[in-house]
Each structure stands twice: as C-alpha cells, then as structure tokens.
Design a binder for this molecule. Structure first.
Ligand code: GLN
Ligand code: ZN
Length: 762
C-alpha cells in the first residue's frame, strides 16, 4: 500500500484566526489562556481536515505561534542573552520578546532588539534567524512539541512529529560576538536532539519527520561530512526517521543523503523533477521514498493523470516503499478554494489550495491502492478542468504573443550609453550636487485607508474618490516643496500595495478574497495569481503623475513597480517559464513608461524591491535567472529618450554577488537601503566601479526615530568615500508609507539641511 502523508499545514487559519488571536494577545485584549485555547482549536481543526482527507500520517509540530525556526530555538534553548531579562516572563512571552523585540506583561513593557528575520530559502516566508554566541549552550525544552503530540494522540490521530534537523538549524543561524564556526556547535547540539528522541520515544510514535532542506543547496564538504556523523548518532530503536528535503535537487549531495541511516527520504519532484530517476536508481532496498508530487508552493490544480502514471511506475519499481505527499509543507499556499465566492467558477476550477491539495493526494493514494478504475472518473474530471484552462481564451492573448515574438535586441537597450544620456539629462534637470528625493510613498494615513475602503464598498463613488486622491497628492506636493526636496513624487496615496495596485489593472491577474499566506509572524499577504497572458488595457499611473507635475515646477518622478518584483510577489502560472511571464509584464510596463514620458514625466522610477529575492538556491542557476530578470527590467525601461532619467530602487544593498547584474540593468540612478550599516555595505563599490548614479539611504524608515542633520552628513560623507560625490543622491532607505507625517517631515527637513550644508562645504 502506498502511504499518503503530509509535511505541514497552514497554521494561520482559513480566516486568519491565529493572526487575530496573537495580535489580540499582544495588545492585552485576550489572556494567554484564551490564546492557547485558540491554538488548540486551530490545530484540532487542521488535523481533522487532514484526517478527513485520508492523510495517514498527520504532521504535528508544524503549528507555530510565530515561526517554526523560532520554535526550534526555544526547543533547543537558544535564547540570546539580551532576551534573558530579569523579569518574570512566561516562556511564551519570552518567545514573543525574541520575535518582536517587545512584550507587555501586567502593564509593563519590556524591550530588546528583535531577532533578525530573513527569507526561508527562496520562498516568500521569513524565519527568525537563530543566534549563536561563543559560550553557546543548548538545553532541551520540548514541552510545546510534546503537548501538541499528546493533544493529537488524544484526538485519536495517527501522527508524525516534525522537527528541523540539526544541520539545517545550524546552517540557518548566525555566528555572533566573534563566534566563527557554528558547525563546531554540533557536538553540543546532538546530545540535545538525543534527549528529545528519548522524550519522543516515550510518546510512542512510529515515525519522526526531520527536515533537512539544506541538502538541496551547494554545501561545503565539511557540512556534508557532518551529515554522516550526525545521523549516525541520531537513531532510535523505538521510531523510524523520515528525512525530508524540499525546494530543490540533491545534485551532488545525493549519495550522502541516501547513505544516511534513516528509514525514509522525502524529495520534492515538483521543483526538481530531475532528481527522481537518480534517486530511484540509487535508493537502498530498505528505504522508503516519499515522493512530493503535489506542488506545495503554488496554487494550481495538479495534473493528476500524469502524476498517477508517474507514481504507478514508481510503485512497480519499489512497491510498498512508496509514499506520496505534497512537495513541501503547505504553509506556502492558502487554505481553501471553496471560500472564494467571487471568482468565476471556471477559473476557480483551475485552482487548488491546501485543502484541495489534500484531496488530490487522496485521489492519487486511492488509485495506487485500489487501482485505476477506482479513480478513473476523478482523473477524467480533473483532466477536463486542466483542458479548460489550457484552452481558455482568457489565458491566451494573441496580441501579447505576437509582441513577444517580435521583441528585438534594440528594445532591450537604451539608444545611447549612460555617459551620453546623463549629459542630456543634466541640461534640463539642472540639479544641485547631492540632489534630494524620496522613494515614492508618503504616509498612508487613516483617512487614505478609509477612503479606499469606502470606495471599494461603494460608499463613495469614483468621482469622489478621485478627487480625494488628488487632494492628497496636492498636500503631498506642497509638503515636499516646503521641505525643499529637489525631485518630488506624488506620494502613492492611490496604492494599497505596490504589486496589487498594478495587478488589479493588468489583464491576466486574478485576486482572491481569502488567499492569505503567512509572510512572517502574524503578517499575512494575499499574492495575486497570474493566470494568463499579461497586458495593459490602459494607463495605470499617468493621471496621478501628470496631475502631480501640474502642481510644481520641480521635476516629478513617475513611480512603477518593476516586472521582476511583480512576478516574485505573485503566484505565477506554471504552463510557461517564469522568464516568459516576466517578459510579458515588462512589455505592459514598457507602455506605461512611454505614456508617462509622453505626459511630460521625464524621471521615472521602476522599483525592483524583490529582484534579489528571486535568486535561485543554487549558484549554477543564478546566471539564467539574472539574465531574464535584467532583460525584463531593460525592456521596461529602455523605450524612452536619452534625456528621460530612469531610476530604480532596491530595498537592500547586499550587492556583492550580483553587482554586475545590477549594473547591467543600466538604470541612470539606483536608490538602495544602507543607513543602518553606516554605509559599510557600500564597500562593494570600492571593488567594483558602479558606473551610474546611486542614492544610498540616509534615513532608516523602519525605525520611528528621526535622524539628525549631523548624523546624515556623516553618512553622506561615508558614502562619498566609496562613491564619487558627483554621482550621489540623498534619500531615505525606502518608502515612507508606514510612518507618520510629523516624523517624516522632520526627518526629511534634516535630510535636506544636511545636503545643503554639504554643498556649502564644497
Ligand atoms: N515606491 C515604493 C514605496 O515608496 C517602494 C517600496 C519598496 O521598495 N518596498 O513605497
Ligand atoms: Zn524599498
């Protein structure tokens, strides 16, 4: 019999119940006991959904109040010194202090710098980075996991606890305070895992899932060797181990993985289908192979008949040793398609969220265990829906395809090189040294959010809403003039979100009502779904920018989200390459850029906040990605005259390894985030002479504190040691939408004064 199991289920709840409960607890409006009850209830519901779908081993330990890696840190006793405060905090409050840097207990607020957060592999989920110190100790504290196991067992479920393996855990952490080799901590870490094993043995479990996704990365030899020694010491006589990998291909790590003394291996054959054949060939006779064939990261219905065929062939080869699962935890997809009542039924039938994916799993399991006949009808039905998607006129747009096929080299490059363009731009721009500007958004006030809501609910009409936005733009322009900025923006009051705003206006995008996925902690996002050829029906931003420009003689910067960022923050169609979809978005945006230019907006910023995030996990795949990503940006930006100035913005400045690609984008000006690093991140520009202009952020917009003129002067001077002053701009780190007007006004006033002072000093 082929066993059906799952790697993890979305914990947030189909109505974001967990988010709401956790936030209510932070605010003090519900008690810890109430919060814990909500957690129990959600877990019970989610287990029941899986049990009803015939999942034979239900994951336990995938539930988390904030993040599964932070859970692991708590379980292993990895609590950085600054969180071991002299106050009577419950374990859960210490946990939230680590997560958020703040916790209020009995009316008293405690603060400590929050743990760092970073992207979970190449997904849009963020985990809390473990910190390892020179005197690092570990200490088992497994009560959360054990309690959850007991809860599930009491409910009568057949379960499989899930933990993060020691090597992945160490890999994801950070050396602190002079610690140099976190791998050396392994020796102390293994005994804690052994203690955990003892406790798990007492729970009477049959299987334990240990996640070691780093086995799909380029690993240094000593880490690979460590896999062997670690798993030699981690064995149990009472239960078996399923070692789970996902998001990529073993490649060179295959033989190490298959030689580990564990009873089963899970592989992702959605992201990395090529590893199936070599894995099967080398799979030892005594090992289970769990095949992750349902996409845990995207929202499309599975091609069930094809999957069934593949699995049948594998079953013929390895028989009972075949298990079937989603490719990775379902954490990365929304809960339930059935909740989407306003999506067209045909389009709805193309989608599968977590619950539908479990049903798909069940169908495959039934086919393998009861034979083809048992599922023939369901496969036909599913094939039909796939065919409807393939053939749907909604997906195919001949005009877009023609344009794609007519793309020429000259559409991917500006007509003249930067050195010539900038001369023409300087003539009309006539900017001072250290020109000042902002990244685009200004505070999104309560009034703005309410007006948008009223408009969406139909409480106010389009005319009234537009007038409201124009008034907001006028206020924003006036403020900027008062502050004395050199290049102005309209403020983005009309945008709820930098991707959604464009997605809603482009053809080929679909929006859900409840398609939430966890981004980090209690923060959820609702990514758009790109289902078809992308095109632009009409201009999307021109009206606002033109109006803003009419209010001032200063140059007004047009503001767009770039094609790579729109792609990377969406669920993307899987029937063509990502690069192709990105190129379609680029063509649509290219038209917008040209329309802005024609409307007299000759300074245009194309944000690529997420370009770096999309980098593949393996270095060998970087070039391919960067090639199409940079090309898409260039298609967007290069249809303009020499004297139109193209800006781009990125929310980071760790450019070391991709600086050449960033230069290839050939934006006239790039603004980046740097203020918190005292400009040290700009050191890469000493090694590599970036040819165009740069605006390193001098105002940390993530913090409510207002920078002083002198601080800003020092930052700019630091930057000028690394980049010639003639090519420097002065601006904040990122958009200002999350901040309030008083602090923003004050900070920008200081910033303008700092630039003025430096000009005088010259
Ligand atoms: N233009 C956008 C803004 O200012 C950029 C946001 C971002 O880079 N994340 O809000
Ligand atoms: Zn940014």
């Amino acid at each position: 019999m082929a066993l059906i199991h799952n790697l993890g289920y979305p914990r947030i709840g189909n109505q974001r119940q967990l988010k709401k409960a956790v936030e209510a607890y932070w605010k003090g409006s519900i008690s810890q006991a109430d919060l814990i009850k909500t957690g129990e209830r959600l877990r019970a519901e989610h287990w029941q959904i899986q049990a009803d779908a015939g999942v034979e081993l239900i994951p336990v330990g995938d539930f988390s109040w904030y993040d599964q890696i932070l859970d692991m840190s708590t379980l292993l006793g990895v609590v950085p010194p600054r969180f071991q405060i002299d106050a009577d905090l419950s374990p859960l409050d210490t946990y939230f202090l680590m997560a958020r840097g703040q916790v209020t207990v009995n009316g008293e607020t405690h603060n400590a710098a929050a743990s760092e957060m970073t992207k979970w592999f190449d997904t849009n989920y963020h985990y809390m980075v473990p910190e390892f110190y020179p005197e690092q100790c570990f200490e088992l504290n497994a009560s959360k996991l054990i309690d959850e196991i007991k809860q599930a067992q009491q409910l009568g479920h057949a379960i499989k606890p899930v933990i993060i393996g020691p090597l992945t855990y160490l890999w994801l952490g950070k050396n602190k305070d002079g610690l140099t080799d976190k791998l050396a901590l392994l020796e102390q870490l293994i005994p804690v895992y052994q203690d955990l094993f003892e406790q798990l043995e007492q729970c009477g479990i049959e299987w334990l899932q240990i996640d070691e996704p780093i086995l799909t990365l380029d690993l240094p030899q000593k880490w690979l060797t460590a896999f062997h020694t670690t798993y030699q010491s981690l064995q149990s006589r009472a239960f078996k181990i399923l070692l789970a990998t996902y998001f990529g291909d073993f490649e060179d790590n295959l033989s190490v993985a298959l030689a580990l003394p564990v009873e089963g291996i899970h592989i992702d054959v959605v992201q990395a289908s090529e590893q199936l054949v070599p894995t099967l060939e080398q799979l030892p006779d005594d090992k289970i192979l769990s095949v992750g064939i349902i996409d845990g990261r995207n929202i499309w219905r599975n091609h069930l008949s094809l999957s069934y065929e593949k699995l049948s062939a594998i079953q013929t080869q390895i028989g009972e040793r075949l298990w079937v699962a989603p490719s990775c935890s379902l954490l990365h997809v929304p809960c339930d398609v059935e909740q989407e009542t306003s999506i067209d039924p045909e389009q709805l039938s193309w989608l599968a969220f977590a619950q539908q994916k479990l049903t798909e799993l069940q169908i495959l399991g039934d086919g393998l265990n009861k034979g083809h006949d048992a599922i023939r009808q369901l496969l036909d039905d599913s094939d039909q829906k796939l065919a409807s998607r393939r053939q749907s006129p909604r997906i195919h747009n001949l005009a877009v395809q023609t344009r794609m096929s007519e793309l020429t080299q000259s559409m991917t490059e500006r007509a003249t090189p930067y050195s010539k363009r900038i001369e023409k731009q300087n003539i009309w721009l006539n900017l001072p040294l250290y020109p000042t500007t902002t990244i685009g958004s200004f505070p999104q006030t309560k009034e703005i959010r309410e007006a948008r809501k009223d408009f969406k609910n139909g409480a106010i009409g389009e005319g009234q809403y537009k007038q409201f936005l124009k008034d907001e733009i006028a206020i924003c322009v006036e403020k900027q003039n008062e502050i004395g900025l050199d290049v102005l923006v309209h403020g983005e009051a009309e945008r709820n979100d930098m991707v959604e705003y464009f997605g809603e206006q482009l053809e080929g995008f679909l929006f859900t009502a409840y398609g939430w996925v966890q981004s980090y902690g209690s923060r959820c996002v609702k990514p758009p779904i790109i289902y078809g050829d992308v095109s632009r029906a009409k201009p999307m931003t021109v009206e606002w920018s033109r109006y803003a420009q009419s209010l001032t003689d200063k140059p007004m910067k047009g503001m767009l989200t770039g094609p790579v960022t729109i792609l990377n923050w969406s669920f993307v169609r899987n029937d063509q390459g990502r690069g192709q979809t990105c190129t379609q978005i680029a063509l649509a945006l290219r038209d917008e850029v040209q329309d802005l230019e024609a409307a007299g907006i000759k300074l245009i910023q194309i944000d690529e906040a997420a370009l770096r995030e999309g980098l593949p996990l393996r270095r060998s795949d970087w070039k391919y990605y960067l090639d199409w990503a940079v090309r898409a940006f260039r298609i967007t930006s290069s249809g303009v005259a020499d004297d139109t100035q193209i800006h781009t913005h990125m929310c980071y400045s760790e450019f070391n390894d991709i600086i050449e690609a960033v230069a290839e984008m050939d934006a006239d000006v790039i603004t980046i985030e740097t203020s918190r690093s005292d400009m040290k991140l700009l050191d890469v520009f000493k090694r590599y002479e970036y040819p165009n202009q740069i605006g390193p952020g001098v105002y940390d917009i993530h913090s409510p504190s207002v920078p002083r003129q002198q601080q800003i002067i020092e930052l700019i001077q630091n930057a000028a040691e690394r980049i010639p002053a003639e090519r420097l701009w002065v601006n904040p780190d990122c958009g200002l939408k999350t901040r309030g007007w008083p602090e923003v006004t004050e900070a920008l006033t200081q910033m303008v004064a700092a630039a003025g002072q430096l000009r005088q000093n010259r």
